[in-house]
Design a protein around this ligand. Sequence first.
Ligand SMILES: Cc1cc2nc3c(=O)[nH]c(=O)nc-3n(C[C@H](O)[C@H](O)[C@H](O)COP(=O)(O)OP(=O)(O)OC[C@H]3O[C@@H](n4cnc5c(N)ncnc54)[C@H](O)[C@@H]3O)c2cc1C
Length: 450
Amino acid sequence: MAARPHVVILGAGFGGLRCAEALADVAVDVTVVDRNNFSTFQPLLYQVATAGLNAADVAYPVRSSLRRHPRVDFRWAEVVGVDWRTRTLALVDQSSAPEHGGGAAVERASLAFDHLVVAAGGAVNFFGVPGAAEHARPLYSLAEAVGVRNHVLREFEAAAAAGGRPASGGLTVVVVGGGPTGVEVAGAMAELFAKVFPADYPSLDVARARVVLVEAAPHLLGAFGAKSRRHARDTLVAKGVEVRIDEQVASIDGGGVTFVSGERIEARTVVWAAGVQGAPVSRALGLDTGKGGRIVVDAHLRVPGHDRVWAIGDIAQIDARAAGAPGDVLPGLAQVAMQGGRYVGTAIGAEAAGRAAPGPFRYRDKGIMATIGRRAAVVELSNGVRLWGTPAWLAWLGLHLLFLSGIRNRASVLLNWAWNYVVWNPASRLIFEPRDLGRSASGVAAGGQG
Ligand SMILES: Cc1cc2nc3c(=O)[nH]c(=O)nc-3n(C[C@H](O)[C@H](O)[C@H](O)COP(=O)(O)OP(=O)(O)OC[C@H]3O[C@@H](n4cnc5c(N)ncnc54)[C@H](O)[C@@H]3O)c2cc1C
């Protein structure tokens, strides 16, 4: 009997997991490779950064997602290269990586594939702004979200320890980028400052704490209509956010942000929500990339010039017109990744079964939404329905719960939201560095010392 084709899916995010599910009952063997052993629900990362949710609420073990599919295996590894001639990926197994307790030397392993689906997502783009990579905090991974939370809490603790006299810019958060993520972070951070911190830090004049949202375009939420943009701006201002539009960041340093206009804001926390590009693995694979480092694909999401190689989701540059959608390139949205994943799974399944390949990929745009804070959101559905305020917020809550992986996560998020809604006392205001875990574990192992 001929061996079944081996499909390797690089990335266990929205796109990769949908592709794996679509292949679960097909006569192929599937290996999903991810450098994390969990998937991250990025749309709720801003709530981790602003202490509204625990990190574990927005992450889900990949093996749990795949346990119902015996033909789909998981490999906890980072992809670092490829040999196209032998169709073999070069990997670093994370279990052997020094940062996870492996040996000092990084050893490479290999993984052969018949089909490769690149679903490695995106990465932050600092657009070369001087000092941004060193001093601004992106919000793309769970570790980064926890890093923002830790940092903000640390600044407030430092101010309290200094007898209520914060360092210059210590109680100021600048959020760069007025898209959905920037709006969401700014709104939630302002609520944290206004509703939670005054009781937490009675020795501080928390009213002096600032949240500044900076956007280079003349309006927030560029992808939304005029009324939604206005609603977002008015709501943020009412929450105490200083909205600065038409303002471009020239440089960032450890003490603050300088605009092209020459104005400077002292701020010890800068959150970067301004730019996204394709994950760097596209370079390691040597594939042709277009705008923003995204892999160029054809109308079938195949990588031109490579047999049986696809790219989907945030890492793919998908021609919007070819996919039947407005604009030039499909946006980096969960729906684009999920629909692309299902499509490629179906295409590989058809090939394995000797059936005709499906027609070109068509994207079904369901609409866009962003939350601005408690009982405030904007929703624009593709059927023309527009919602603002509380109805939009309820729609946003419901949809995010629906797409979150795992019943436990959904229950935990719902409980957290309900609790925070009633008492304004989020439980996740922890300053908890991942290294703390190692420290206490080694203390116990060493006989409870330290
Ligand atoms: C803060 C934030 C908020 C967002 N909010 C929304 C929203 O409200 N609505 C919406 O529709 N979209 C939102 N998005 C976008 C949405 O999350 C992405 O479009 C979606 O995650 C893309 O899915 P993907 O499968 O392409 O990549 P991802 O879901 O990012 O998954 C990629 C996976 O690849 C893995 N990986 C990367 N490189 C390697 C490597 N070299 N080796 C091994 N593994 C690798 C990563 O660990 C990751 O698990 C948001 C994004 C962010 C960052």
